[in-house]
Design a binder for this molecule. Structure first.
Ligand code: ADP
Length: 699
């Protein structure tokens, strides 16, 4: 650089700029004479009064190598090197003036040339790096110390630490890490430290945590919520764990991420305790809900004694609390009657109606309700698959309807009263809610138990209602029945008393007297029979119908009874025939059996439309069968069982009827003899009333 060609103002400006530079600037000419020092250089060196030869620079300016001890040879002085070599870069040297702190310099310089290419000299600039070096040294010391501290923490930390490189690969793991994961040393060496990559961890990816981890790798502290790690599922070494993690990025001074520290905490026991607690709380809640539900149902059921209302209440309480749909089947004789079909969705309820119409449940059908009625055991079908549906349906179309309803889970429970099955309730799930489980089954059983009690209460109530009604009816009929013979007796006695007072006794017509006494006896017989019947009823209801058992030839008994009807038959002009097998020996109370025979023949006379009556006595296998066959109006099928019950009479009001006791008493007598009494009849084709008794084997 040459200053000669510049104007004095420009030179001043240049000097000012150079003097304000933070770097020391020194210039020499081609002869090695120093021609310029800026302010910073003056501070570093102090200015000599006279230019000094290059040989003396080193000692005069206290110039040393980077170690601060070896003096610089003249050829090593950066300015001279720049002059000789043309360029130098980042050369370290020290200025250590006596009594002053040594100054570390980083020197860069180059030769100076004229525009024509003639070498004019050289210049260097010197950067004071003393402070930087001190900081670096201090940092290194700190780093050394913290490295040691880190080692201790790393080795002894009670929590698992994994150190990762920025590419996601593992650099090292601490002993707690090994203990936590339970991996074998070989697995760690061959897989974890070689192949495993946190950024590609499949488990973390499956939980959607990869973006979170990437954030950690880009410099944020991130937490990974607890996840369950089961090595078996991942086809890996190790033990199942619940682990929570934190990612700490370690950064370089420039803020870039150097390494990642991953700290894991084993929260298995904490998790287990929490889930156990949650589970218990859940169960408790469920139990509370169940009890509330049952209380609710019970209170609903208590509000009514109406049978249909009860069924309706059960169904509506169960939906949607327990199920989406519900059906109630009741057993009536050997038939099943579907009382109700309910579903939360009216569309599905319609299809259920179709189901009932096309495939009504029967006692021997595969419907779950029917199966339960047969077995008395509740049935839980957690998941309905094709095979299960097939087992529970009659045919393809039936199965198709079930599929259309969309039944996914099913419970059928019996309705039982004192061990007797009266029906079944079916519950179904068709929506996405979870299928039925054992708890639901328990609830359904409890619900059906309460419903059964309510149904039974309603039945008893209605029976007691009709019993009251029957009793009142009976009293009015009984009074009427008793009054009729009494009135006619009284009329006859009044008539005879009148004729006695009018005429002398011997003039009274004998024929008239005979007729009068016969009729009076009949009225009295009728009265006696009524009174006897009523006494028998009271005996039966108190269990005191004692039997006086003997070996009896029933053929003889019948033969002896038949003539007693001859007067009545003659009077009514009714023909009675008999076909009696010989030696029908039975063990019985002859008085009571006679009563039954008289009862059945009387009924045939009473209801037989004066047509011929046939009395039959047969021996069939080990039994004696007595029958009275009439040609009366017959009895409707629905009445045939009922007329054997107490106070029950025929349904035709125009037909002569009594107190409705005869057949009831007869049945009691025959059943006490371990026999059977029954009717076979068809409307318009007469009736055959029969009883059987065991044939006594005399041999
Ligand atoms: P009662 O004859 O006093 O009414 P029963 O118990 O003897 O009482 O009979 C009950 C009912 O059974 C009668 O009311 C009648 O309707 C019907 N019944 C009984 N026997 C016959 C018969 N042989 N033919 C038609 N109906 C009969």
């Amino acid at each position: 650089m040459t200053m000669r060609s510049h104007s004095p103002e420009k030179l001043d400006l240049l000097t000012a700029i150079l003097d304000n530079a933070v770097e020391g600037i020194v210039v020499c000419n081609n002869d090695g004479e120093l021609t310029y020092f800026n302010q910073k250089t003056r501070e570093l060196h102090g200015l000599p009064p006279e230019p000094i030869p290059v040989d003396e620079w080193s000692s005069y300016y206290s110039l040393f190598q980077a170690d601060g001890k070896t003096p610089l040879a003249p050829s090593e002085i950066p300015l001279i090197r720049a002059l000789n070599e043309g360029e130098i870069r980042d050369v370290r040297m020290v200025i250590a003036r006596p009594g002053k702190a040594p100054v570390q310099l980083l020197v860069t310089g180059h030769a100076l040339y004229s525009p024509e290419g003639k070498k004019l000299g050289a210049m260097v600039n010197m950067l004071d790096i003393t402070q930087n070096l001190e900081i670096q040294e201090a940092m290194e010391k700190v780093a050394e110390r913290s490295e040691a501290r880190f080692q201790t923490i790393f080795e002894q930390a009670p929590f698992s630490i994994q150190l990762l490189a920025t590419d996601g690969k593992t650099i090292l793991v601490n002993p707690a890490w090994k203990k936590l994961w339970g991996f074998s040393e070989e697995f760690i060496q061959s897989y974890i430290l070689k192949e495993y990559n946190l950024l590609k961890d499949p488990l973390l990816a499956s939980h959607g945590f990869t973006p979170l981890i990437e954030k950690g790798f880009s410099g944020e502290i991130v937490r990974i919520p607890e996840i369950h790690y089961d090595p078996k599922e991942l086809d890996m070494d190790g033990i199942p764990r619940w682990v929570r993690s934190i990612l700490y990025p370690l950064k370089n001074p420039d803020g870039s991420v150097r390494e990642i520290v991953l700290i894991h905490t084993d929260v298995t026991s904490e998790y287990q305790a929490r889930t156990e607690k949650e589970k218990l709380l859940g169960e408790l809640n469920q139990e509370r809900n169940r009890l509330d539900f049952l209380d609710h149902v019970t209170s609903l059921l208590l509000t009514t004694l109406d049978y249909n209302e009860i069924i309706l209440q059960v169904a509506s309480a169960a939906i949607p609390q327990l199920a989406d749909g519900c059906m109630v089947d009741l057993l009536e004789g050997d038939k099943i009657k579907r009382l109700i079909t309910r579903h939360a969705n009216p569309e599905i309820e319609k299809i259920m109606g179709e189901l009932q119409l096309n495939f009504p449940p029967q006692l021997n059908s595969p419907h779950p309700g029917s199966r339960v009625i047969r077995s008395g055991e509740a049935e839980l079908l957690k998941v309905l698959d094709h095979k299960i549906i097939k087992e529970h349906t009659l045919n393809e179309q039936h199965a198709e309807l079930i599929a259309r309803i969309g039944v996914r889970s099913h419970i059928a429970v019996p309705l039982k009263i004192r061990g007797r099955i009266i029906g079944a309730i079916s519950f179904l799930i068709t929506t996405v809610r979870p299928g039925f489980d054992e708890n639901d089954l328990t609830l359904a059983i409890e619900l059906s138990r309460r419903a059964a009690i309510a149904i039974e209460n309603a039945r008893l109530y209605s029976e007691s209602q009709s019993a009251n009604q029957q009793r009142e009816e009976f009293i009015s009929i009984a009074s009427h029945e008793l009054k009729t013979p009494i009135t006619s007796l009284k009329l006859q006695l009044e008539a005879i008393s009148r004729s006695i007072s009018k005429s002398k006794l011997e003039r009274i017509d004998h024929e008239y007297l005979k007729k009068f006494s016969a009729s009076s006896i009949r009225q009295l017989d009728r009265l006696t029979r009524l009174v006897e019947d009523m006494l028998d009823i009271s005996r039966i209801s108190t269990g005191k119908l004692a039997l006086n058992m003997r070996v009896v030839d029933l053929t003889e008994t019948v033969k002896e009874v038949l003539p007693r009807f001859s007067d009545q038959l003659a009077e009514m002009k009714v023909e009675l025939n008999s076909e009696l097998a010989d030696d029908c020996i039975v063990y019985c109370d002859p008085f009571r059996i006679e009563q039954v025979i008289i009862n059945l023949i009387s009924n045939a006379l009473k209801y037989g439309l004066k047509k011929p009556i046939l009395v039959k006595l047969e021996k069939i296998q080990q039994q004696v069968k007595f029958s009275v066959i009439d040609q009366g109006p017959g009895i409707a099928e629905e009445d045939q069982e009922r007329i054997f019950r107490r106070f029950e009479r025929g349904s035709d009001p125009l037909m002569a009827g009594g107190l409705g006791l005869g057949l009831y008493i007869s049945r009691e007598i025959i059943e006490q003899h371990e026999g059977k009494i029954f009717v076979s009849s068809q409307i318009g084709h007469g009736s055959t009333f029969s009883f059987t008794l065991p044939l006594e084997n005399l041999t």
